[in-house]
Design a protein. Structure first.
Length: 172
């Protein structure tokens, strides 16, 4: 910590103060002096503020990105569970019964979700501020929708595989 000394303009006494202090009081005559910041200090404070602002933009974008990703994971879990529920209804219901028809409806809903939900999610991708580097930005558009749909389809197929493995293990 650098300590600087100046002379009091009223009594001539030495006044010591630390760098960054904006006011100082003379210990001899109690005169209050305002200390003008040096250009280097002003530039440093400006840079610190800009850095805090950029960091705030990045943190805000990171929160929005996590929220968006959490929604996609919830969609994947819903597709997984809907697949298992669909196969349960279709397998354990008799043809043309209410459960069988519900299972067919759930299957159509699942197929529709592979098309509609990814398109909706790509519209919900958070827009990155200019302060966020290119490699940290989430890309939206058709390729993003294909990626989400493909992942949901793979997770649904995994659910179907798990169902059939358990179903066959039980000897049904």
């Amino acid at each position: 910590m650098e300590i600087t000394a100046i002379q009091c303009p009223k009594c001539g006494g030495d006044i010591n103060y630390k760098a960054g202090d904006r006011t100082v009081k003379c210990p001899y005559c109690d005169l209050m002096l305002e200390i003008k910041a040096e250009p280097a200090e002003i530039e440093l404070e400006k840079t610190k503020k800009e850095y805090r602002d950029i960091e705030q933009f990045r943190q805000e974008y990171a929160k929005k990105t996590k929220r968006w990703k959490r929604r996609t994971y919830i969609y994947y879990a819903a597709a997984f569970l809907l697949t298992i529920a669909t196969f349960l209804l279709v397998t354990f219901s008799k043809n043309h019964s209410g459960g069988y028809e519900a299972g067919k409806g759930m299957f159509l809903l699942l197929c529709f979700s592979f098309l509609a939900v990814p398109l909706i999610f790509t519209q919900m991708v958070p827009v990155a501020p200019k302060e966020v580097e290119e490699q940290l930005r989430i890309k939206s558009g058709f390729l993003c929708a294909v990626k989400i749909a493909g992942m949901a389809l793979l997770i649904s197929l995994a659910g179907a595989l798990i169902f059939f493995l358990i179903f066959n293990a039980l000897g049904r």
